[in-house]
Unconditional design. Structure first.
Length: 322
């Protein structure tokens, strides 16, 4: 009797969840050896597999590469027709096959070992031909597929994906891989943008509206208008470029609302003293949080001696996050 779509879907997820729980209990010495081998690899982790296992392999390779482990995916059939030249003696091959009998892999592995690369097999059983050819085997176990025909790779590919993630994350921790390094590999993604440093996107040099203490309000307004990018603020500094205060378009509007603008008065009388500031090594995500919390449009960037080194406008942050 056919199951309903809902009950079939629930069964698939239960079967995959059960297989993953069993796999987590299976991890042991061979997993530790695999992590050690990847950490000790001076070349790249070359991931390979046919069909659905190959698709999972591409994701594992991408995850490794984005978390500090140089990696590439090598199609086994293409490898046997010349792409094997991508493999170097210092590389490590990670070969995925549930059955461990995939013909292309069984031809590829001896050729890769002849080059000098070590081989880790990821397969259901440790006594299969692929595992016997490899230097090390990561055993998935023989959980049944969730396909009602028992054919389509489902549980096995979920196991491979999870085991690949487990390897990548264990190795990441073993490398002490940092958030900053992650950002370096993800410059265009939202995660990478949040992990950028303020110094990478702040306004500097000619775009800095610096005004010396004692300057008149009128001259300050001219400086704000003439600064490239029209930042909507002036940073008031002493002779050593140490920050004393900030004057913004909002301050100007408040003065205008009171009547005549006192352009001949010192800017010191109208600036906001002790403004919120950012450090050059602050993360963009943290900076955005500070902007939201303080509800300001501009923040000076100062070094450890309180000297102004940059300016961030809230629009700069929004542009970075597009």
């Amino acid at each position: 009797m056919k199951k309903t779509a809902l009950s079939r879907g629930q069964e698939v997820i239960r079967l995959e969840a059960a297989a993953l729980e069993e796999l987590s209990q299976r991890l042991g010495g061979s997993f530790l050896e695999a992590c050690k081998a990847i950490l000790g690899c001076s070349g790249r982790v070359v991931v390979t597999g046919m069909g659905k296992a190959g698709l999972i392999g591409q994701k594992i390779s991408a995850t490794l590469a984005s978390t500090g482990t140089p990696s590439l995916f090598l199609h086994p059939a293409e490898a046997l027709h010349g792409d094997l030249g991508r493999v170097r003696p210092e590389d490590l091959i990670l070969a995925l096959s549930k059955s461990g009998k995939t013909r292309e892999l069984l031809h590829l592995i001896p050729a890769g070992k002849a080059i000098g690369a070590r081989v880790i097999a990821m397969t259901a059983k440790a006594d299969c031909p692929l595992a016997q050819e490899a230097d090390l085997c990561l055993e998935l176990g023989e959980a049944p597929e969730a396909c009602p025909l028992g054919l389509a790779p489902t549980v096995s590919t979920t196991q491979m994906l999870a085991l690949g993630d487990a390897l990548a994350m264990a190795v990441l921790e073993g490398r002490d891989f940092t958030r900053e390094e992650f950002a370096r590999f993800h410059p265009a993604g939202s995660l990478g943008r949040d992990l950028m440093h303020v110094a990478e996107m702040m306004r500097t040099d000619q775009q800095l509206p610096l005004v010396l203490s004692g300057t008149s309000l009128g001259v300050t307004l001219q400086s704000m208008g003439n600064t490239p990018g029209r930042p909507g603020a002036a940073l008031i500094v002493d002779a050593d470029q140490k920050l004393l205060g900030i004057f913004t378009d909002g301050d100007l509007r408040r003065l205008a609302g009171d009547g005549v603008i006192p352009t001949d008065q010192s800017i010191d009388l109208h600036m906001g003293a002790n403004p919120r500031t950012l450090a050059p090594d602050a993360l963009v995500g943290e900076a955005l949080h500070q902007f939201r919390e303080s509800q300001v449009d501009q923040m000076p960037v100062v070094d450890e001696n309180q000297r102004v080194v940059g300016l961030v406008d809230v629009q700069d942050l929004l542009e970075v996050r597009i």
